[in-house]
Design a protein around this ligand. Structure first.
Ligand code: RB5
Length: 142
């Protein structure tokens, strides 16, 4: 599976470790920045990643900022992006199973490395259930 990843300065410290976790799970990862911990504006990176995910069918995105909130708000402005802010393995599992989320967001200031790893594993192991959830997901777009 192809993953794009981007952060802001508040998610930068964990980025290389998250990339390694994705590699260990067998995925290809493309880093869309930033390249340093210098202060940046999270919407710039959320929009860049959303466009990349939309351009490559079947790909996923991972966005990390301080809380994950700003990244998810910005990414969800793009039609076709379902960005889910996940705090633990359960929310990650449900984001895939029920919401067919294609962008995973979390906060470096909220979750530690161990929780981040369990989030990625749950996301990775879970497929969209479809069925009644497909109709609901279709209703998200207005
Ligand atoms: C940066 O200080 C912080 O506001 C940002 O990383 C994020 O948490 C916004 O939602």
């Amino acid at each position: 599976m192809k993953y794009f990843i981007a952060t802001d300065h508040a998610g930068f410290a964990i980025k290389e470790k998250v990339k390694q976790m994705l590699h260990d799970l067998g995925h290809e990862v493309e880093d869309l920045g930033p390249d340093s911990a210098e202060r940046v504006d999270y919407p710039d990176f959320a929009h860049k990643l959303a466009r990349a995910v939309l351009a490559e069918e079947g790909s996923f995105g991972v966005l990390i900022c301080g809380t994950g909130i700003g990244m998810s708000l910005a990414a969800n402005k793009h039609e076709g992006i379902r960005a889910a802010l996940c705090h633990d393995a359960y929310t990650a599992q449900m984001a895939r199973a029920h919401n067919d989320a294609n962008v995973l967001c979390f906060g470096e200031r909220v979750v530690g490395l161990g929780v981040a790893e369990s989030i990625l594993k749950a996301w990775n192991e879970t497929s969209f259930e479809g069925g009644r959830h497909a109709n609901r997901v279709a209703k998200i777009e207005i």
